[in-house]
Design a binder for this molecule. Structure first.
Ligand SMILES: Cc1cc2nc3c(=O)[nH]c(=O)nc-3n(C[C@H](O)[C@H](O)[C@H](O)COP(=O)(O)O)c2cc1C
Length: 186
């Protein structure tokens, strides 16, 4: 069986992003048979229907999305909702013919933020996923407090509880995605 290809998208663009720290931890602790590529959203412009020639960063993102069997979203919370860089990437992809880059693919969500662990933003993201027909893993949910010794000064994840949760989520995503692939090939 081929490796399951997951694409990671992070809603924070800052260098010391803790959400990117979650994705990096995931990449270093993948279950066997799964790969994780992390997209660079820093040069993706705001979606604008007037842009007829896709910018190179968008082409690159689309290429990675088309090769992905599923997605892992690192979802910061900005003013109780989804950070614009992440929503923008989904918006761009959703305008491709037949929504082929996203439709019918599995996804999982994690997030690092204030005391509520980005739960409000994550539930908004789940709502967006309904419309673009992404199938989001229910459990385990990964809600992480960025300000409670969860990360070291390099924004590496050091909290063992969250580390375990991410490893469990990756296993669950793998099982969920494989079930999805089996069901859709029948
Ligand atoms: C514009 C803005 C709005 C924010 N709003 C919230 C919020 O509603 N809830 C929350 O938990 N954190 C909020 N934060 C704090 C972020 O959770 C915090 O900056 C977090 O570290 C961002 O993730 P990062 O480390 O991956 O950049 C906000 C930050 C910014 C810049």
């Amino acid at each position: 069986m081929e490796d399951l290809k997951i694409l990671g998208l992070c809603g924070s663009l800052r260098k010391k992003s803790t959400n990117m720290g979650l994705l990096r931890y995931a990449k270093e602790h993948l279950p066997e048979g799964m790969t994780l590529e992390i997209a660079d959203l820093s040069h993706v412009p705001f979606y604008n229907e007037d842009i007829k020639d896709k910018p190179p960063a968008v082409e690159m993102l689309f290429q990675q999305m088309s090769e992905a069997d599923g997605f892992l979203f690192a979802c910061p919370e900005y003013n109780y909702s989804i950070a614009p860089a992440l929503k923008n990437a989904i918006d761009w992809a959703s305008r491709e013919p037949n929504n082929l880059l996203l439709s019918d693919k599995p996804a999982a969500i994690m997030g690092s933020g204030g005391g509520m662990g980005t739960s409000r933003a994550q539930y908004h993201l789940r709502q967006v996923c309904v419309f673009v027909n992404l199938h989001v893993l229910n459990r385990p949910e990964v809600f992480c407090n960025a300000f409670a010794d969860t990360f070291n000064e390099k924004s590496e994840l050091v909290d063992t509880r969250i580390q375990q949760l991410i490893e469990q989520q990756l296993m669950a995503l793998k099982a969920f995605a494989q079930k999805w692939q089996r069901d859709s090939s029948n």
